[in-house]
Design a protein around this ligand. Structure first.
Ligand code: NAG
Ligand code: NAG
Ligand code: NAG
Length: 494
């Protein structure tokens, strides 16, 4: 008896479930988002002479009507938002409103050969992504894709602003409920994020704008420049998007300070390793950039444009070699930073920029430290310079001119290359001079002095020799006398 009851109940349930399925099957679900566009798909049917009527909810009056001749009438309230497909009987709804998420009914009537009617109902169901407030680079982004009614077989996936599937992004975690977490966002993640809902082969999109405050991407490699009073050192630092807060009220809302710092390269000089603050963002009010050091810095970009924190400097010296950091501080110790290295190319001449004919001259093209293996130098000698087997590539950084000729004088250029790209170049002018007059004079005087001294020595020697020759016999006598006659007086009297 009991088992019969159970069977009866389960049979009843399965009928109810079957009814439910058929009812949802009859009411085709189509997903859409507020503000978006959706197509309620109705394929071709019947003969060529079919009237099309679409109804909204329980309304008796049709939204849109197309007669057998193709004339269309649209409810004025929906005028700008509805259209019928040109190829079939589908309804296209634009700028979906919150109140549109109801049933739509399509009624097709064919009069040939006899009257036939086909009715289809759709249910417009809402998908949405909650908006998120602006976030700083380095933070995590959390998005949730809400689906009002979830039917079996509904699938969700996410697209980044670049339309990349987040399933392939290592930074992304996708929860079972369709939630998305992206770790460590950057400026690239600024933009429209999309939740794609797939159901019965149809895709619906729910978008949301995401604002990520970041500085523009860092220079991928050092900034190369060269020693010159004309070179411009430009250190870029920009917000990648307009700040979603005005600069003037940024103080309460976010920006707490900022600075540019510089750490000279170890080889660059006496201030090795000491971090110097070049420019400070004083918290004010009013918020203002203050240049701390007279280093010829141009901070006008900072003053004029709040998005542009770039620094520039006219005239580059080897003292500009080092690491620069642009930093902007926000509330809660959040900081955005861009670090860049500046490499300065320079030609050193030994003994100096002016050399004498016949002298050995060394030209060294240097960044102040040994070049990494991916870098090459290329020398461009003056036009008329004949010397040096410079055809082999890469050229040496140290160029030795064994004996300078006039032809070696002129403009020498050294270029720095990486993989077919010229990074920077530097020029020096080498002057070759005849050994100057005063030097010749000096040489003559020295030579004269040397000759004089030699002559003097020679004279002295000769005189001595002469004397010795004169005195030799007397000495012999004296020695003899010394033995025989101890009185020297007698010797002199002789
Ligand atoms: C975040 O991303 C930046 C740049 O892509 C990277 O340098 C940094 O190490 C990342 N931080 C974490 C915690 O993954
Ligand atoms: C040039 O360089 C070579 C090799 O380093 C060195 O021996 C020589 O003394 C240098 N000459 C000058 C004039 O500096
Ligand atoms: C050099 O450039 C070529 C193409 O221009 C590229 O394939 C190669 O990877 C580059 N090499 C380096 C070391 O950057």
């Amino acid at each position: 008896m009991r088992s019969y009851n159970m069977n009866y109940v389960s049979g009843f349930l399965s009928i109810v479930i079957a009814l439910f399925i058929s009812s949802t099957g009859a009411e085709d679900v189509v997903y859409g988002q507020v503000g978006g566009t959706v197509t309620l798909p109705r394929l071709k049917w019947g003969s060529k002479k079919v009237t099309v009527q679409w109804y909204f909810g329980m309304d008796q009056k049709s939204l849109i009507f197309r007669n057998a001749q193709g004339r269309e009438t649209i409810d004025p309230e929906w005028k700008d938002r509805l259209s019928l497909s040109k190829t079939d009987f589908s309804l296209i709804i634009n700028k979906i409103r919150l109140e549109d998420f109801k049933s739509f009914k399509c009624e097709l009537k064919d009069f040939r050969p006899t009257q036939m009617t086909s009715v289809t109902t759709f249910r417009l169901s809402r998908v949405s992504v909650q908006p998120v407030s602006p976030l700083l680079a380095g933070k995590n982004l959390n998005l949730k894709c809400d689906i009002k009614e979830i039917f079996e077989g509904v699938q969700r996936r996410w697209l980044s602003p670049q339309k990349q599937d987040l399933n392939k992004d290592k930074r992304a975690q996708i929860g079972n409920n369709g939630g998305l977490t992206v770790m460590n966002v950057t400026g690239q993640d600024n933009g429209e994020w999309t939740c794609v809902v797939t159901y019965q082969g149809r895709e619906a999109y729910a978008n949301t704008p995401v604002t990520v405050i970041d500085l523009s991407p860092a220079h991928p490699q050092p900034i190369y420049t060269s020693v010159s009073s004309l070179s411009l050192l430009h250190l870029p630092c920009l917000f990648s998007i307009p700040l979603p807060l005005s600069w003037s009220d940024s103080q309460e809302k976010g920006i707490q300070g900022g600075r540019w710092t510089f750490t000279p390269s170890p080889v660059a000089g006496s201030l090795t390793g000491v971090v110097q603050t070049l420019v400070d963002l004083s918290p004010g009010p009013p918020l203002a950039w203050v240049a701390n050091q007279k280093r010829g810095l141009d901070v006008s970009a900072l003053q004029k444009n709040n998005l542009n924190l770039s620094l520039s400097k006219k005239g580059v010296t080897e003292g500009d070699r080092g690491d620069y950091i642009c930093a902007v501080e926000f509330q809660r110790d959040d900081t955005l930073k861009r670090e860049m290295r500046v490499e300065v190319l320079q030609v050193l001449t030994s003994p100096g920029p002016v050399a004498f004919l016949g002298q050995e001259v060394n030209l060294t093209c240097t960044l102040g430290q040994p070049l990494t293996s991916d870098l090459e130098v290329k020398w461009i000698p003056p036009h008329h310079s004949s010397l040096l087997p410079l055809d082999s590539s890469p050229h040496p950084t140290l160029l030795t001119i064994p004996e300078a000729t006039y032809g070696n004088g002129g403009r020498w250029r050294c270029e720095l290359w990486r993989n077919k790209t010229k990074l920077t170049s530097v020029e020096i002018t080498l002057k070759i001079e005849r050994v100057p007059m005063d030097v010749w004079l000096l040489v003559t005087i020295c030579a004269a002095a040397v000759i004089f001294v030699l002559l003097l020595i020679l004279t002295v020697i000769l005189i001595r020799r002469h004397r010795q020759r004169v005195m030799m016999p007397r000495r012999g006598k004296r020695r003899f006398c010394n033995c025989q006659d101890p009185k020297p007086k007698g010797f002199y009297r002789n």
